[in-house]
Every structure is written in structure tokens, then in C-alpha cells.
Design a protein around this ligand. Sequence first.
Ligand SMILES: [Zn+2]
Length: 435
Amino acid sequence: MAIMLRNALLVDIDPISVASGELRIEDGLIAERGETVAQRVGDEVVDCGGCVVMPGMVNGHTHLYSALAVGMPPPPQAPQNFLEILKFVWWRLDQALDAESIEMSARIGAADALRCGTTTLIDHHASPNFIDGSLDLIEQAIGEVGLRAILCYETTDRHGIGGRDAGLDENRRYLDKYRVRQSNQFAGMVGAHAPFTLGDETLDELVRMADQFASGMHIHVAEDLCDEEACNEQHQAALIDRLAGHGLLKERNIFAHGTHLDPVAIERVSNAGLTLAHNPRSNMNNAVGYAPIAQYRCPVMLGTDGIGQDMFAEAQQAWYIARDVQADLAPQQIVGMFAVAARRASEALDITLGKLETGAAADIILTDYAPTTPLTAENFAGHLIFGLSSRHVRDVIVAGRWGLRDRTVLTIDEPLVRREATRTAENLWQRMEQY
Ligand SMILES: [Zn+2]
């Protein structure tokens, strides 16, 4: 059945535009857009009350596996630096993940995303003791909630050759699945943890696979200074030279963070035209410093790095931290980061995301944000930073289907899932104690 959205304040992000109008949604796509659109027999008509209607958000870098980490017990030893945060917190959590907790994390994370109007997730997954098939479990759970995703497994040399090969195999298996089966809902990338946990041979294997599938690689780069230092010590090379030497400076790749690249390295990354995922809340939480995103000329998108899935919150924080460090960032660039994420996801999923235009995917957020001050293309960024938030997300449509309606999740039995998730989290936290 088609859906007609009437009386909407249509806010586009790529490029920014604001206009009163109507949308007709059919077969998963925006079938018509206009000031007025003719209603047809059988259409479900929704009056948007003059409130903001905008494209669903894309989270450019996330880890759904952290969804059950909220409120977990503190590590046995307080971490003193980034490496210890990984060792004492995240590498204990990822080792404890089993099939049930992987799937439940993805289900809860996806439900959280839906509630925030985040309709596509670019995920980076790790579960060293359950690798084979882990991406299918995540896909299954995201599919139940009804979102889109670009998935990869975080290959690393941390667990020897066996663990490394299992990671490579999982990426290859998942990429192969979508080489033969076309989908606009799911796609794969080649996943890699970070240069400091990847040997030369493994980096070469990853690059070969990314070239073979033309998928691009999704990797953490220079999140902390330790990535550069480890490279200098172990490889007697600057990190950017090692990455370039192995062929990682390629347009399709996603580098998460780029917090600690120097101006020369930033120039080379910019020239490569790859996409940088900026995760300001995570960077603040790990006290790794601020990524100088204003210096990057390549596309920059926002990610949550697993701190929930709320892109409104991430956008606001991206602005405040930029002000705090006196970075040269204009408010419109925050909106631009939403556009970049949508373009990168569109490319992977072979469908137009992030646009309210005829033929684009019907991934749409209906808010109850009725602006009390003038809202124009020129000042939308101001509304995004200081007015709009995920609490205004009332309904969400993904691929033409209601996922959230009047703040109720329609795709899963959310209260039941959340009760079950609490038990899964308790067991997960208990298993973590052995690591
Ligand atoms: Zn990350």
C-alpha cells in the first residue's frame, strides 16, 4: 500500500533545502514529490502537521556489539590510556560474545537506531570466539528491525594466524554472498581492526580482498597516537607511509578517526579521496584528542563508534567539541557530514539514500518538530544543533515500511526483546570475567 505524507516541512540535506510539500511512497521508494501530490485510491494518508520530515540518517561508523555494554561492571583495573581501554574493556567484551549475544546486541542496537531515525548502519564487528557466521547473525537481527546495513568483520592478528584467517574468511564469505545475491538492504566491506594489530601479510590480504570485491576497506586509523608509535617501532616507518605502501590510500576505503595524522598525512589521505569517519563522542570518551577534520579535504562523515546510534546527538557533540577546541568548522559542515554518510552508503547499497526526491529510497523520518523560529536552508544547521534532537523523532519509514509509528516499534516486540536482552547482557558480563 502506498503512503501519502501531507502537510510536511521537507528538509533535504544534500544539498540543504527546506520546502513545504508532499511525498507519495510506493514500492519502497519515493514515487512522487511536489507542493501537492494527487492522492490515489487506497493510499494511507498521513498529515505531518507542518513538522520537519527528513531523510533517515546513516551512521558512518558503529559497533553494534557494544549495545549490551551499557552499565557493565568496571574493568578489574582502571585503564590509564587508550590501549588499556581496549585491553581492559573492549577486548574482554568482544571475546565474551557468543551467538546469542551477537544477535541480541545487533537487535537492540538496531532498535535504538530506529528510535533515533538512524536507518542505515555502517558496522564494524568483532567477536574473536564466534567469527564464522557472525555477520549473518547481525544481518538477521537488523533485518528483523527493518534497517539497512553495511557489515564487515574486524580482522586482526591479535589472535594468531587462526583468528586472522577466520576473520578474513568471514569477510570473504559475506562479500561473496552479495556478489551472487543483489540487495539494497545489505552489503559487505572488508573489515580490519587497526594498523597496530595487523601484520604486513595480513594488510596485503585485506587489500587484495577489497580490490577483488571492489568493496573498500573499513579500518580504524590513528585513533590514538599508539597507532603511529607502534608503526615507528615495529616497522621503522611513518604510519601514512606504511598504509600507502600497502595500498590502503584508496577512494573506496573508510578510515575511522584519523585523530593523530599530521598535516602531511592528512594531505595524502585527502588526495586519496577516501572517506573519514569522525566520532567525536567516542574520541572524547577515550580521551584520545580531537580529529582535525577541518583540515581534511576528503569526504568526512559522522559515526558513533558504538556509543548508541543517535546521529542527532553525535552532530551536536561534533559542533560543541569543534567550538571548544576552536576548530574552523561551519555549522553547515555538520549537515554535510550527514550527506557524505548517505552518499557512501548509497554507493555500497546501490540505491539513493539521504534524499527526499522521486526515485530515492523511502527511508524517512517524521518528527514532531514544528519550528518556533524561522527555518530555512540557510539556518537549518542551527536548528539541527540547537533545536532538533532524536526526541523529536515520532515515526520512521524504512524502504517504504513503517518501522516506528507514534514512537512504537512495529517491526519487533520491543518490550519482550528488551526483557530478554537484560538476561543476555547479564550472561555476557559474567563471561567477561574470565578474560
Ligand atoms: Zn570503532
